[in-house]
Design a protein around this ligand. Sequence first.
Ligand code: GLN
Length: 492
Amino acid sequence: MTDLHRLSIRELAEGLKTAQFSSRELTQHYLNRIAKIDSHVHSFVTISPELALAEADAADGLLKSGMAGLMTGIPLAHKDIFCTKGIKTTAGSKMLDNFISPYDATVVAKGKEAGLVTLGKVNMDEFAMGSTSESSYYETTRNPWALDHVPGGSSGGSAAAVAADLAPIATGTDTGGSIRQPASFCGLTGLKPTYGRVSRFGMIAYASSLDQGGPIARSAEDCAYLMNVIAGHDAKDSTSVNKEADDYVANLNGTSVKGLRIGIPKQYFNVAGLDADVKARVEESLKKLEEMGAILVEIDLNMTEAYVPTYYLIAPAEASSNLSRFDGVRYGYRCENPVDLMDLYKRSRSEGFGPEVQRRILIGTYALSAGYYDAYYVKAQKVRRLIQQDFLKAFESVDVIAAPSAPTTAYKIGASLDPVEMYLGDIYTIAVNLAGLPAINAPVGFDKDNLPVGLQLIGNYWSESQLLSVVHQYQQATDWHSKRAAIAEENA
Ligand code: GLN
């Protein structure tokens, strides 16, 4: 079969179960596509064909014996931030270019238990800091829709791999939009779960109070399948919540769009940098939801202006602390011929970290330093609480909140945005992380250059099933999610 990569996760699972094809055939099909097409997209940092085929054979054994689970034998790509025993985990950094973890992240382990097949590890901004994947130490990942554009970030490799049909599904992480924004830039569906829903164990930390793993896929249905595997409590992560995960697949039709109250924050649609095409496509998608029975309600989110400054104090502060472990002593990059311990620390960190990571460590260290701690860090934490309260108040009158996922479509590679311009592009995503809420991106059309536009729906705590269900129904009524970039149409 030459078109296995066109099947949904549900169709792949059915095909495997009814022995229309084996996991080995399916896995080989994706490996062939990666071998042929990824030289144009550069989504993978590490391809693991031997491991993949061994996992595929094991999955085929389970399928034959009737012991298979819902997703046994389905391939996936992991963001290179999830530790994988036996294969490199780089976090997109020279610092970890030689790092092989002695253990699996819980997300990876759960994938293995479910019989998923690991195709390899995909590219990302260095330590997940960025919005274009360009801060990676590795090749610049391309947007499958326009190879001279970025796929977004930080989970740009995850989005590019799925959009080019090099993997049917991928894991990502979202600290301030890194699942939703690349999903938006690449025309995909991506879910950032409630903080605590997916284990952070073995996920290299950027900003621990904001980081959360989740799926990037073509559709809400595909995301639901991966959520069924990765969501749940984990004793190894003290911030993972001891609350049973939903059956996201079974709940796909559980929420009715009829009567659903969708909040439209006034402030969000008056943001200066909001692109006219993005605004138009998002408004059209809301009109469609209204036709399907949703009630659009104008709401206020008054803290909008505080989002970027608050996030860009808290995230770097936590990063500066998390990244202090990379000192050239225990693992990771070590400079050559250090003269003494101080020289070892200094040069290992200066040579091992790229400029964006160093910038954030400096900002974060400054914000946490004696004398500035109260003025910056503590103040930011107080504003963070106000942002959360603003959302909770809104959820008293609406079920979900709609927004663009990003103010623009994908940037051109090397657009040389200065850091502040780049940070402003995160305006629609970062407040969700500050509040710990779940949110989803769904593709809703294209701009004048044929680049994808995404709608974001933000839900109340633990409303992943509701968000997936609303997007699933939108996707039953529209076909933006099934549009494919020209490069994905190529056969291997
Ligand atoms: N673009 C944001 C940042 O650079 C978000 C990144 C993320 O979610 N990991 O911090």
